[in-house]
Ligand binder design. Structure first.
Ligand SMILES: [Zn+2]
Length: 249
């Protein structure tokens, strides 16, 4: 599978768990040889401004995080474009799903998923989208940005029970047809991460579910990295998800 990445994502850019040293290396080690890496290019500012306010963009600039956040958003745009032809993963940071139009929190600055989908909508390459956000945390930024748009459906599955969680994902993916499925792929709901619920095989299963829906839809799919903080299991979880997403029928 094609994976959009850049060496500039390796250094720690600030002091939060998403920016921690060794995190991207853990993923890179796990998927090396199983992925074709494509170098990320920064998002044009107009693509960021299609989603975020000028004041928010200026604030990110003042914090000295514009370049790395724009590179992450650019990687998401690339993955979304490739995703219309074949599944693609944006191995990027900082994450984005807690970024709203005019504010951000939770280790996020620009909403990578929203910027990527908005670019596809504006280019008229898609007319509908489904966002599966399986990160442990509710993707409030994405909901704030896209909530109320009838062409966009957002699922933040929630259940204290594994099999029910997977059933929710399955049922929503099967319910309707979408031009593209964007996955906000956070791996912090894993048994050995903060959420303590999902097994590594569950990420394969969700990848397979997305791929099955894509085949049924004759649509596209892509994923962007969100959370996931236990470096010992993060790589295996990403690999499991990519194997499910990229696997054969
Ligand atoms: Zn999270």
């Amino acid at each position: 599978m094609k994976v959009v990445f850049h060496q500039d994502f390796l250094p720690s850019y600030t002091a939060d768990p998403a920016a921690e040293g060794g995190r991207m290396e853990a993923i890179e080690r796990a998927i090396r040889g199983k992925a074709t890496f494509i170098e990320a290019v920064p998002a044009p500012e107009e693509a960021i401004a299609a989603v975020h306010t000028a004041a928010h963009i200026e604030r990110v600039r003042r914090e000295g995080l514009y370049d790395i956040a724009a590179l992450a958003a650019g990687g998401a745009i690339q993955a979304a474009g490739i995703g219309l032809q074949e599944p693609c993963f944006a191995m990027i940071r900082p994450p984005g799903h807690h970024a709203s139009a005019g504010s951000a929190w939770g280790f996020c600055y620009f909403n990578n998923m929203a910027i990527a989908l908005e670019a596809l909508f504006r280019q008229k390459r898609i007319a509908s989208a489904f966002i599966l956000d399986f990160d442990l945390h509710f993707g409030d930024g994405t909901v704030n940005i896209f909530g109320g748009r009838p062409e966009i459906t957002i699922l933040n599955p929630s259940s204290a029970e594994r099999s029910q969680y997977l059933q929710i994902v399955h049922d929503h993916l099967a319910a309707q047809r979408y031009d593209v499925i964007g996955v906000s792929a956070g791996f912090d709901h894993h048994l050995e991460d903060w959420g303590g619920l999902l097994m590594t095989a569950d990420y394969s299963e969700m990848g397979r579910m997305v791929r099955a829906a894509v085949r049924k839809n004759s649509g596209g799919c892509f994923a962007v990295l969100e959370g996931g903080y236990n470096h010992r299991v993060l790589g295996a979880n990403v690999l499991a998800f990519l194997e499910g997403l990229g696997g054969e029928e």
